[in-house]
Design a protein. Structure first.
Length: 94
């Protein structure tokens, strides 16, 4: 049996533009990781690890960063991932 649609969608979301998209937004605004961490209320070392792909991002951290940069979910996922998430089995291991 192959991977579930939920696993595939989750993997695509992680690989899509999550941390790298936020890192690019940070660089575009010319803000340091330390300053960004302070402004959004996330530990600086944790944020550094997240933006460098060494640690997973929690949902609350993702939302804080998206709000700071005024980025919607559409910035991070593609149409194929949206289609997979709409699948009836997207959130089960059946």
């Amino acid at each position: 049996m192959g991977p579930t649609p939920a696993f595939v969608a989750n993997t695509r979301l992680r690989k899509a533009r999550g941390a790298s998209g936020l890192g690019a937004a940070r660089k575009k605004q010319g803000i340091s990781i330390a300053e960004l961490a302070r402004r959004v209320g996330v530990d600086g070392k944790r944020l550094w690890h997240i933006l460098n792909g060494q640690r997973a991002m929690r949902a609350d951290e993702f939302l804080k960063l998206c709000a700071f940069f005024n980025l919607g979910l559409g910035h991070f996922i593609d149409r194929e991932t949206v289609r997979d998430l709409r699948s009836p089995n997207a959130f089960c291991d059946c």
